[in-house]
Ligand binder design. Structure first.
Ligand code: GRF
Length: 295
């Protein structure tokens, strides 16, 4: 039962329990405060039933939500609870329904600096939203970023990804239209590529077609670029196909290599280019390749 709820909320185990505790504390505090407010208003068992009911309803419908947000904030889960409240207000028709946006998913396994930039860029975007973060590494920093941004997280397992349904039904459940890889190290199975034809992007920290392929990630790439005596490096954003880093390149940007460049300093320059360009390139790509709305 807990696992189902955890999946529905899209939280890691640790955050799930924090959220669970916040709900528990809210329930107890609301009950306590309701009693206190009733006494403070001078009500007792002899007061009119509708007065007592009114106070209870007020505390349940309004007080509970405020206390929930307060605990959420104090426990570092503001984003989750704020989104939760907005959803509730939409369900109760107090707020108008959210505008229909094109939902995208980010796949990332590591530090997640690109994933964070993408989530921040699309946070208030009028037509695109990041609706899911898929990660294959429990404890990866990117999970923390997603939770802070209130983006649901799905931790995936090797067996199901490569030998099962590749999580396609879950992506469909979230209505994901585009996938962007941002430091995701597993190869994408053919079934998933077929489910998202020309709808999946990757970013590579060098100027493809050079310095791509298996094993070309992290500082390996920058070391290889420096060893080959190149005068410049950069980033490539490309469509994903069944071969590592071989899909059609849709964007490149370069930076010069200085005489005493190290893999570390080059990585920093390349990261800056990635952060500056990837979100905007995704935006243009998604807008240009989205199906026009049909009536
Ligand atoms: C980036 O350099 C990207 O080009 C590559 O993986 C790295 C991810 O970095 N595909 P970060 O986790 O986003 O910081």
């Amino acid at each position: 039962m807990f696992t189902k709820l955890q999946d529905k909320w899209g939280l890691s185990s640790r955050t799930f329990w924090i959220v669970f505790i916040a709900f528990g504390l809210t329930g107890t505090t609301t009950a306590f405060l309701t009693r206190y407010v009733t006494l403070w208003l001078g009500m007792d068992a002899n007061s009119e039933w509708y007065y007592r009911l009114g106070v209870r309803l007020f505390m349940l419908l309004f007080g509970y939500q405020v206390i929930l947000l307060t605990y959420g904030f104090l426990l570092g889960q503001w984003a989750f609870f704020w989104k939760y409240e907005l959803k509730l207000l939409r369900k109760l028709k107090i707020l108008p329904p959210a505008a229909l946006k094109t939902p995208i998913a980010i796949f990332a396994s590591g530090a997640g600096s690109n994933a964070l930039k993408i989530m921040q860029y699309f946070e208030q975007h009028p037509t695109i939203s990041v609706d899911l973060l898929i990660c294959n590494k429990p404890g990866a920093a990117v999970i923390h970023h997603a939770e802070k941004q209130g983006v649901p997280v799905l931790l995936i397992e090797k067996d199901r990804f490569f030998r099962g349904d590749a999580y396609i039904p879950v992506l469909q459940q979230h209505r994901i239209s585009f996938i962007v890889l941002a430091g995701f190290l597993w190869k994408i199975p053919a079934s998933l590529i077929a489910a998202y034809p020309n709808k999946m992007l990757n970013i590579h920290p060098a100027l493809l077609p050079k310095f791509g392929g298996k094993g070309m990630y992290g500082e390996n790439v920058h070391q290889a670029v420096l060893d080959s005596g190149e005068k410049e490096s950069g980033i490539s954003i490309h469509l994903v196909n069944e071969h590592f880093d071989e899909g059609k390149v849709i964007f490149q940007s370069s930076c010069p290599i200085e005489p005493n460049e190290t893999p570390h300093s080059l990585a920093q320059k390349v990261h800056q280019l990635e952060h500056a360009h990837y979100p905007r390139v995704i935006e243009t790509f998604v807008i240009e390749n989205s199906q026009p709305a049909t009536n």
